[in-house]
Ligand binder design. Structure first.
Ligand code: HEC
Ligand code: HEC
Length: 465
């Protein structure tokens, strides 16, 4: 071959690969290599103030009148958060706040999904996999039937204080049901709420302004203590820019308009500071130090390039792993996360403007998460399809259908995860069914090539993170 021709060919090859890399990185379309996520500037804040705001504050300002709530709901005797006043009488995942027209209302909080009682103790920041989204339409039917009847008995002031929450519930609860218990449909909640909100003023629109895609995509809930290491939020890393704006997103459940959102937003530097101050709970049983050390070496050689290293000199690479490599269920990154109307709504909305703009950057794949406190965050993968670390690290052991006891939960400290029972067929709601779209448990087969001894060692090491 002539020299000139071969130079031309290599220039062409170089151009094509630059083009592919560009397309892969910038647009997230068919990337072929892991992509490092750049950091974005974040707000500073006061963690103590953030905690107070989360557990007593009025980031939702519409709810059920307290005087009605106390008639219908049992008084909560646990007071896990050691709160005072009316807050001490409601469960940890509700706050009692004053509505703008001065009615005491009970509002759901972030801890509905981001707090879980584990071994008798509340772990703030642990994803709650007990919340039952598979029954949410039925369980909340009263909102439209009995609920409407009850609302008729509210005083005009109480009615006004409850209306935004009931309006929202009416538009969403029938359309966010998951197929099985143990997974979360908060992403669906976002899709539905956004469709009812003007992107700039955030005012409620009774007719949806976006096409609402079919299907509820199930997810697990990431632990809050991981966020301090991450340069992007959410399983597919599409949450970029100011994290506070994403943290306050629940406010659109009942927000009146962007002036309320501005006020709520002013607290979210503090909330972010609180979330960053949380440390993972320590594994409560004995670990075998020698085996864990052996496991650390296996981990460094097989896992660290994606999940980083731990300890005082730990390093986290913040990588997005393309679908072609990770091969876990694709529905989540293909769904909402790439719905052009949803992305456009957000990126042109109030959330994307001002001093602290946020934006969505879609990607074909998932972030390799930090593994701090991984022992307590079962089930595993972004859709919670794998019950234990053992099964995660040996794909042949992953059950196709499995169930766990939600009433008397039992944790398996050796396989590390929920004690489960494999079943030979699906059974609606109570059995996790990995053959359903969005619920697949394939992919992430990096543990398959380990020997049995190496796998035991890695699990021992993972217990110590
Ligand atoms: C209805 C359940 C629900 C509620 C309520 C909720 N979240 Fe979440 N949250 C989720 C789910 C599910 C995800 C993961 C979604 C994804 O990545 O696709 C998530 C993601 C997050 C993350 C990203 C973590 C990461 O590592 O990427 C943070 C931080 C967070 N939520 C904070 C909050 C705060 C603060 C509130 C209250 C103001 C809140 N959430 C209310 C369900 C909920
Ligand atoms: C090529 C990058 C890569 C390698 C190598 C890798 N992982 Fe992962 N890992 C990921 C990604 C990406 C996810 C998230 C996948 C998802 O949720 O769909 C993940 C998820 C996990 C999870 C579940 C996290 C959770 O919260 O559910 C664990 C545990 C884990 N990996 C452990 C390991 C171990 C141990 C090894 C080494 C034997 C390893 N990984 C090798 C990229 C990698």
């Amino acid at each position: 071959m002539h020299l000139k021709q071969s130079i031309l060919i290599s220039v062409f090859v170089a151009l094509v690969s630059v083009f592919l890399a560009f397309v892969g990185d910038e647009k997230g379309i068919h990337p072929i290599k892991p992509v490092a996520i750049p950091p974005s500037p974040q707000r500073e804040g006061d963690p103590a103030k953030g905690y107070d705001y989360l557990t007593t504050g009025d980031y939702l300002k519409s709810g059920i009148p307290y005087s009605y709530y106390t008639v219908f709901a049992k008084k909560d005797r646990n007071n896990y958060l050691n709160r005072t006043g009316k807050n001490a009488t409601v469960p940890y995942d509700f706050n009692v706040v004053q509505s703008p027209n001065k009615v005491d209302v009970v509002v759901p909080t972030c801890l509905q999904c981001h707090g879980q009682v584990f071994d008798g103790k509340l772990v703030v920041g642990l994803g709650n996999t007990f919340q039952d989204f598979s029954n949410i339409a039925k369980a909340n039917n009263p909102v439209s039937d009995i609920g409407t009847a009850i609302m008729q008995t509210f005083s005009p002031r109480q009615y006004k204080a409850a209306l935004p929450l009931f309006t929202s519930f009416d538009a969403i609860l029938q359309d966010m049901q998951t197929e099985v218990r143990g997974v979360n449909s908060a992403d669906r909640l976002a899709t539905l709420l956004v469709a009812h909100r003007n992107p700039q003023t955030l005012e409620w629109q009774s007719k949806p302004i976006l096409d609402i895609p079919k299907g509820v995509i199930p997810t697990d809930v990431p632990a809050w203590w991981l966020l301090k290491k991450k340069n992007a939020m959410f399983y597919n890393g599409f949450g970029r820019g100011d994290f506070g704006k994403f943290l306050m997103l629940s406010n659109i459940l009942t927000v009146k308009d962007s002036s309320e959102a501005r006020e709520v937003n002013s607290h979210f530097g503090d909330v972010l500071a609180f979330i960053k101050s949380i440390n993972p709970p320590k594994y409560p049983k004995e670990t075998d130090g020698v085996l864990a050390e052996e496991g650390e070496e296996v981990f460094v050689n097989n896992c660290s390039k994606c999940h980083g290293t731990y300890g005082t000199k730990g390093y986290y690479p913040n990588l997005l792993i393309p679908a072609s490599i990770i091969q876990t269920d694709s529905l989540l990154y293909k769904g909402n996360q790439q719905n052009p109307q949803f992305i456009a709504w957000f990126n042109n909305s109030w959330f994307a403007t001002g001093d602290h703009p946020a934006k969505l950057v879609p990607y074909d794949g998932y972030i390799a998460p930090p593994l701090d406190g991984i022992w307590i965050t079962a089930p595993y993968l972004h859709n919670g399809s794998v019950p234990t670390l053992r099964a995660l690290l040996n794909s042949k052991e992953r059950p196709t259908y499995w169930k766990r006891n939600f009433t008397k939960p039992s944790y398996d400290y050796e396989k590390v995860g929920w004690a489960y029972e494999p079943t030979d067929k699906p059974k609606r709601r109570t059995v996790y069914n990995t053959t359903l779209p969005g619920y697949n448990n394939g992919g992430h087969t990096f543990g398959d090539k380990l020997t049995e001894q190496e796998r035991r060692a890695v699990i021992e090491y993972l217990k110590t993170l």
